[in-house]
Ligand binder design. Structure first.
Ligand code: GLN
Length: 278
């Protein structure tokens, strides 16, 4: 039988050779999730012996991961803004940089009446649910078109007390009146789609590809939703790091004011927001 430390080191080495970004972290997450072990088990419980079926399960999952399959899909969930979200094939994995989009919205509405928010291309619902939880009283509608992602959106909403309204609908068809339009739409360009990191190729193309120049959704959302944003309301997008100026221009051309770019913690352009008023 193999003990925890031996298994850990063996998989860490395998991940390292396979080019996994943070091998030790990922082994720790796998062992924690699949075997119910504490975080950093090679330090906390190194001598624990693995049952043969545990070993088999762990190494099968590790092999899958070494082949480029996303860790998040293997364990079936991921954390975003301190909360757990179910994920799997068919839905985009929540990224840490998307927390900045949530923070932008939270900051804008922190002193106002609870807003009515539409989260377009909602996917797992991580943005919509975070905003509903963080802004007490906000009325959040999460719009998602695709069956696979919509299932995850509903599961995540149930996990978090059904705090948002879910709608299976094309986000480009505007409706209602809101104080905030927020979206992390598909924004990868045609050229970038050809060079995706292996892990990302397992994620739905419909959540990634934003047309040849990656800007299709910004153009359509900015135009179609203008009349559905209340005076004094905010529109906020996550963007690819080279798209800031172009998205600012799209917003300005469509009548929004004060368009500005916000950088993420790595110093890259990550969010563009603007407001609507006369
Ligand atoms: N941030 C994602 C990535 O780099 C893209 C998500 C999106 O297109 N909205 O893979």
């Amino acid at each position: 039988m193999m003990n925890v430390k031996e298994a850990f080191e063996k998989i860490e080495k395998r991940f390292h050779e396979a080019g996994v970004d943070s091998p030790a972290f990922e082994v720790s997450v796998l062992m924690e999730d699949l075997l119910n072990l504490p975080r950093n088990p090679e330090i906390t419980v190194p001598e624990n012996l693995l049952e043969p079926e545990e070993e088999e399960k762990l190494f099968a999952a590790a092999e899958k991961r070494a082949g480029g399959y996303p860790l998040q899909y293997i364990i079936g969930n991921w954390e975003f803004f301190g909360r757990k979200f179910f994920v799997g094939e068919g839905v985009l994995i929540p990224r840490p940089e998307t927390e900045l989009l949530c923070e932008t919205v939270l900051k804008y509405f922190s002193r106002t009446m609870p807003p009515k928010i539409a989260d377009l291309c909602s996917g797992s619902g991580c943005i919509a649910i975070t905003l509903a939880k963080e802004l007490g009283g906000a009325e959040v509608t999460a719009v998602e078109l695709y069956d696979g992602a919509f299932e995850y959106l509903k599961r995540n909403n149930a996990l978090h007390g059904n705090c948002v309204k879910t709608l299976q609908k094309d986000a480009l068809e505007a409706f209602g009146k809101f104080d905030c339009i927020v979206s992390n739409p598909p924004y990868i360009t045609g050229d970038e789609m050809k060079e995706l990191q292996t892990e990302v190729t397992f994620e739905p193309e419909t959540a990634l590809f934003g047309g040849t120049d990656g800007l299709d959704f910004y153009r359509a959302i900015a135009k179609n939703w203008f009349e559905h944003l209340n005076e004094g309301g905010l529109i906020a997008f996550e963007i690819g790091d080279t798209q800031g100026e172009a998205v600012k221009e799209i917003l300005t051309e469509n009548g929004y004011k004060n368009a500005g770019i916000i950088k993420d913690y790595e110093g890259r352009d990550r969010v563009v927001s603007a407001v609507k008023y006369d």
